[in-house]
Design a protein around this ligand. Sequence first.
Ligand code: NAD
Length: 313
Amino acid sequence: MNVEVAASLREAGAGAPMGAAVPKIAELGIVGAGQMGNGIAHVAALAGLSVTLLDVKAEALEKAMATMARNMDRQVNRKLIAAEDRDAALARIATTTDYAGFAEADLVIEAATEKEEVKRVVFRTLIPHLKPACMLASNTSSISITRLGASTDRPEKFIGMHFMNPVPMMKLVEIIRGIATDEPTFQAVDGLARRLGKTTAVAEDFPAFIVNRILVPMINEAVYALYEGVGSVTAIDTSMKLGANHPMGPLELADFIGLDTCLSIMQVLYEGLSDSKYRPCPLLVKYVEAGWLGRKTGRGFYDYAQTPPRPTR
Ligand code: NAD
């Protein structure tokens, strides 16, 4: 569907009438306490929201609380926030493995693993616990918001809210309407992103939206350059840092994002756009099969057990 068709369908009445009240968001639920979930909880709690963070794994929740405390300590040390702000923010975050904790949520942001089946199970399990007015957002990097929204009981209250990693540092949030998303939901979620200190960019619901449509094929190409022997890990990352003025090399960035997430995004682009230029590099597939997912598992294109991290090829 092209941009104009999507816009005219929206104008044709998908969603609530213009001028309908914008829902308030005070209670936030987050599903998935990984690198993105804990970052979103961090900025939301500092902005004064009550946050309930859920994960299937209790240890992911413990790790997330420790990460947020450490990251907020760093902000205190840099005098970006006061110690009382840190303490108040951490006190506003509850953790749970039970979806019943979302009963009062005004918005739930899903930030679970980038697999459509996982996200569908999350929504199926979550919905019976929500109040009817609760809005739903997905932080998916690439999966269709319209399709995810259609798998719920409230596609008009469903939206893409794509934060960047690391959330406390990165200024952008992409906002993606599904075809059925109503205007009050868009306004509420766009307003929330601004309240969290972010700048928003609106992307249409095409595979991988804007940032990852451009960024992840570049990363995949860097993995091809490594696979084909064009350069070593160090040569490729140095080239892009010093030759293109990128703050991180593409392989370092791939490790930072997570190689499983990069691979999932390439698969969504490949399948969603049916174009062979998006085929995932076999070396990227092999790293993911090995469980070498980057920083989060301690090994990817670099070995993080070494200081400084040592290239693995
Ligand atoms: P991650 O692997 O760090 O964390 C995912 C978390 O989801 C894990 O803690 C896992 O236990 C949990 N989880 C898995 N299944 C679950 C379920 N059924 N219910 C509840 N929790 C479940 O991944 P991440 O990097 O935080 O990515 C999360 C989402 O954010 C993905 O959709 C990803 O595409 C998106 N995203 C990632 C980045 C990035 O740079 N990593 C950037 C923007 C968006």
